[in-house]
Design a protein around this ligand. Structure first.
Ligand code: GLC
Length: 423
């Protein structure tokens, strides 16, 4: 590596460490102290599921192994007996945070009467987020070689993935469904415009169904087999199989390996569009393809068993196409030639998140995907551009894909943008 690159990397590591330290919080629950990292003090003051997994990846890179373990443990303490783990842990009361009532923990949670002052407040949401948990645990193990810790954690994460692949796959086709756009973590992506013209309205309906999957499956308005969610699931089931192997659990290694193959096969059979050279989300029980070119459609690139010819088409026709995703500061969250593409993030006109700007987490996933499928040059370019975004604009939530400026309304001190230390 060149000297200047080394210096840049050292500088980014220093800044990342400082940010993760500033966003570190502790909370006491049932007599035990938990330590975790909030995504951003300006916008997101609780613990979020996939953000925490990304924080683990940065923390292990910074040799903060105990903190990384803490991040996982503070999530797992909220695991339901069914295996489910939800997307936000409200370690403290929203009212104390001076947030608009109902901003998160009324609509996102099961109880109906929790808005009444002094009533008990729910501690977790009822939604999920992309299952990056196995990858996070794998990183901790790779760095620490702490087999004892892995042994303790493994049954809990296996239980979680079993819950996901059973409860969230009501039609048993190998693809899990999300019940609100927020579950994919790509909140207002235009990929959901048809199925969810109003995301909050969908949450309200889910709440009326008490967030119960059999009811939502039957009568709900939003049930999407999402390509990003399933690509991350497939990748993580593969990792889980490797972790099982590590622990000498051959049966579980086989079980999760088979499940991982099944996800790739289902994505190819049901979401791949040979003509368009893209993967599409499937909406509703009738599984209508949502043909909107967003970053969601590129995510199968993270699967190692994606056939080479398909990986090539995704990269050559779309990912590195300057008319679509490969702008000055790639990768746009929506193809630049889509009608809905915008870099305007003004909440007053409700343009919403994930409708154009570039985000670090998706760049992190896809630069690994590019590398794995033999696009080393493109992967390097993407990694360098992403570092440049952060060096220039700081750790922000998202960036303008043409100018590289941070989004005007994007969160400050944004935790997962520290993933640049792993690029
Ligand atoms: C935004 C993102 C979501 C993330 C959350 C907390 O809502 O869209 O993916 O988890 O912020 O950072």
């Amino acid at each position: 590596m060149e000297r200047s690159n080394l210096k840049t990397d050292e500088e980014l590591k220093k800044r990342a460490w400082r940010l993760l330290e500033e966003n570190r919080r502790t909370a006491v629950w049932q007599g035990k102290t938990y330590t975790f990292t909030i995504p951003s003090p300006t916008h997101y003051p609780f613990q979020w599921f996939w953000d925490s997994c990304f924080h683990v990846i940065s923390l292990t890179k910074l040799e903060e192994i105990d903190r990384a373990k803490g991040e996982i443990e503070s999530l797992l303490v909220w695991q339901k007996p069914s295996g489910e783990i939800n997307h936000i842990v409200y370690y403290w009361d929203q009212a104390k945070m001076k947030l608009a009532p109902g901003a998160w923990n009324w609509l996102d949670t099961k109880p109906f009467l929790s808005f009444i002052p002094f009533s008990p407040k729910p501690k977790t949401s009822a939604l999920i987020q992309p299952p990056v948990l196995a990858q996070a645990v794998e990183r901790i193990f790779q760095k620490s070689h702490d087999r004892q810790w892995l042994k303790e954690i493994f049954p809990k994460i296996a239980h979680y993935y079993r819950w996901l692949t059973v409860t969230r796959d009501p039609d048993r086709d190998g693809l899990i469904s999300i019940i609100a756009p927020y579950e994919s973590g790509l909140d207002q992506s235009p990929a959901y415009d048809r199925a969810a013209p109003n995301g909050r309205g969908i949450l309200f309906l889910d709440k009326l169904f008490c967030y119960r999957m059999p009811l939502i499956d039957r009568w709900g308005q939003f049930l999407v087999e999402d390509v990003l969610m399933n690509s991350i699931l497939g990748k993580n089931l593969r990792v889980l199989a490797q972790l099982a192997q590590e622990l000498k659990k051959p049966e579980e290694a086989r079980e999760f390996g088979k499940q991982a193959n099944r996800v790739t096969q289902a994505l190819l059979a049901k979401c791949w569009d040979e003509e368009g050279g893209m993967f599409w989300n499937l909406d509703g029980r009738e599984e209508r393809s949502a043909k909107i070119k967003t970053i969601i459609s590129l995510m199968p690139l993270i699967l190692e068993d994606l056939p080479k010819d398909i990986a090539h088409r995704l990269v050559q026709e779309h990912l590195t196409n300057p008319q679509e995703f490969w702008t000055n500061y790639p990768i746009t969250s929506v193809a630049a030639n889509e009608e809905t593409f915008t870099v305007d993030d003004n909440p007053k006109v409700d343009s919403g998140l994930w409708r154009g700007p570039t985000w670090v987490a998706t760049n992190w996933f896809l630069s690994k995907g590019l590398e794995q499928h033999g696009f080393a040059k493109e992967a390097r370019f993407l990694a360098d551009k992403t570092k440049e975004l952060v060096l220039r604009g700081g750790f922000r939530e998202y960036y303008d894909p043409f100018t590289g400026e941070p989004g005007q309304h994007s969160a400050l001190n944004f935790g997962w943008s520290t993933l640049v230390v792993d690029l």
